[in-house]
Design a binder for this molecule. Structure first.
Ligand code: ATP
Length: 434
């Protein structure tokens, strides 16, 4: 053992399956277990990567710890042994990756890994690329099975090495082991109270419009609830209102949730690729239609005349009512991920509203009464005065929506989507979903 303390970054990913476990839990457990021989020296990081990745279990999260210790070998052995014993290795989609970076390598790898993190949030990367990078940079890593988790583990290390990105916080409370897989006991009223007391410094705890709790998951994993907010004290404050079953441990993560880091501004549909997420301006090209399953879809036309479908899917609930009010000619900016040539709308800016008209039979110039149809192709005639006209009358209708910035409600929020309450200095009226 050397007498110099070593600083060590540990990145972890892909340890869980839909049936159980959670990489954030494993990270919190490891942090607590190694606390007698490794001090945590920076906030643990939870980053959400490209939300369209099909291999994800739920929210495409990966995590990193930053510790200082006398004996890095002991820490690395402990982490590796813990992942080997606790990851859901029997599940075919679980391919854990661990990356260790000691402080003698920090400067040499910082830029590369920080760039890799930013790309992993926006693009689709390969396992080959991740293994190559780890090898070229001379990093110590563990790849279980096909090692896909290395993509996330390297990214989380990159996020830790260069924490210069917009961020929010999440307070994650974990269940006692005996309770895993059983229904969660969290007092709903206490969550609504936590929201009332701390919004807008915390968000997405509950969904008022749809009268739903949002922060309590339903799967068999160890998470009891997660409170999201702008800083540590706000999420801690909100959590202090929550009445629930016993909490085994807590971890407050610094995260890229609620930052829009996944979105790429583009000037036209020609630049769009599958499995990427965009900010795209255009004109509504078709009347929104609600199809089977309750999804509302319209076509967006860019300035080059290309079109793409934009969808407010059924889980976006009341947001669909807004989308149904759009008409051809409205100028909008859509924010969302593209899969199967469809933008899954997370937010929409309505920049300009087209004029909407009601068409009616013309009024008689003599008596003012509405004329009646004079028969197919023969225009209109006033029964009383005998006047006639070939023209229908158009009157402008008041639009049911206004220009502004709108978002899906909390119950449909994607992890990376930036909440409207986080936007500052917007020119348009902002309508946060709540
Ligand atoms: P949970 O939310 O429960 O922690 P998860 O949704 O994070 O689970 P993982 O089990 O981590 O899902 O699976 C996601 C996998 O996709 C990981 O192996 C990760 O390395 C990989 N991955 C993440 N981002 C990308 C990307 N941009 N390109 C390719 N693969 C990626």
């Amino acid at each position: 053992m050397s007498d110099k303390r070593t600083r060590l970054i540990i990145g972890l990913d892909d340890t869980d399956s839909r049936e159980g476990m959670c990489t954030t839990y494993l990270c919190a457990l490891i942090r607590d277990e190694i606390s007698s021989f490794a001090d945590t020296i920076a906030e643990p990081i939870l980053v959400r990567l490209n939300p369209t990745i099909p291999y994800k279990t739920r929210g495409n999260a990966s995590v990193a710890l930053f510790v200082e210790c006398d004996d890095p070998e002991r820490v690395m052995d402990h982490v590796t042994e813990k992942v080997a014993s606790m990851a859901c290795l029997d599940n075919e989609n679980t391919n854990p990756g661990i990356v260790f970076i000691t402080d003698d390598r920090f400067e040499a790898v910082r830029d590369e890994l920080s760039g890799f993190f930013r790309r992993a949030v926006k693009e689709v990367l390969t396992i080959y690329e991740a293994k190559e990078l780890a090898s070229v940079l001379g990093l110590r890593f563990e790849a279980f099975k096909n090692g896909r988790g290395l993509i996330g583990a390297l990214s989380a290390c990159g996020a830790m090495l260069n924490p210069d990105w917009d961020h929010t916080y999440e307070y994650l409370a974990y269940r006692e082991k005996d309770a895993w897989g059983t229904p969660r006991s969290v007092d709903e009223a206490s969550l609504f109270e936590a929201d009332r007391q701390t919004y807008p410094d915390t968000w997405d705890t509950v969904d008022l419009a749809n009268n739903m709790v949002v922060c309590v998951p339903h799967a068999g994993d160890p998470v009891l609830y997660g409170i999201r907010g702008k800083d540590r004290s706000s999420v801690e404050n909100a959590a202090s209102f929550v009445v629930s079953e016993p909490v085994e441990r807590v971890c407050i993560y610094r995260t890229d949730q609620g930052t829009d880091m996944h979105l790429i501004p583009v000037s036209g549909i020609g630049d769009i690729k599958e499995m990427h997420s965009y900010i795209l301006e255009g004109e509504v090209g078709s009347v929104p239609k609600t199809i089977r399953g309750g999804h509302t879809i319209f076509s967006l036309k860019d300035d080059q005349g290309q079109t793409i479908d934009c969808a407010a899917f059924e889980p976006t609930k009341n947001f669909r009512e807004l989308i149904r009010e759009l008409i051809p000619g409205d100028r909008v900016v859509v924010y969302g991920s593209v899969t199967e040539r469809t933008v899954n709308i997370e937010k929409i800016k309505v920049l300009e509203l087209a004029k909407k008209y009601e068409v009616s039979n013309p009024a008689c110039p003599s008596c003012g009464k509405r004329m009646k149809s004079a028969g197919a192709g023969q225009g209109y005639r006033c029964r009383k005065c005998g006047t006639s006209s070939m023209e229908t009358e158009r009157s402008e209708l008041k639009r049911a929506i206004g220009v502004g910035f709108y978002e899906v409600p909390p119950c449909a929020r994607r992890h990376l989507a930036k909440q409207l309450i986080r936007f500052e200095n917007e020119d348009l009226p902002v309508f946060p979903g709540r």
